[in-house]
Design a protein around this ligand. Structure first.
Ligand SMILES: [Zn+2]
Length: 134
């Protein structure tokens, strides 16, 4: 289970993503072994139907791996989705807007830090020295 830290491109929030997007060759081998193992008590020894069972296992594993990877890419804090952004910037902005509206209405986030696009935060300007007016 490989996970890596990434920063959200919109709000700069650090979140962990699953780097594995598809099943690998090792998963296929393991599924084959499991397929034969599950069938061996019913058939005498190795049975070719184990390959069919393994194919089903691989299919299910691939489905879960893809969904897990895809879900982890989305930022949980602001709702920004880089895949949707690459396809359509308007759609990504709409999703973030809906997420932020829902978040604003949620009483649990009343005292939470406000979400602003990365680079447009207040902290950035707070330490800027203001020259005294003469
Ligand atoms: Zn974010």
């Amino acid at each position: 289970m490989r996970r890596e830290s990434r920063y959200c491109a919109f709000c700069g929030h650090r979140h962990r993503i699953y780097t594995k997007a598809h099943v690998g060759i090792l998963d296929v081998i393991l599924a084959l072994a499991l397929g034969f193992l599950v069938l061996s008590p019913f058939a005498n020894g190795l049975d070719a139907r184990g390959i069919g069972l393994a194919a089903i296992f691989v299919g299910v594993a691939e489905l879960f791996t893809v969904i897990r990877h895809r879900m982890s890419l989305r930022c949980g804090r602001c709702g920004f989705d880089p895949i949707i952004y690459r396809r359509s910037q308007e759609d990504a902005a709409k999703l973030v807007r809906t997420h932020l509206a829902r978040r604003a209405a949620d009483p649990r986030t009343l005292l939470a830090q406000p979400i602003a696009p990365y680079g447009r935060r207040r902290e950035r300007h707070s330490h800027e020295q203001r020259s005294p007016e003469v």
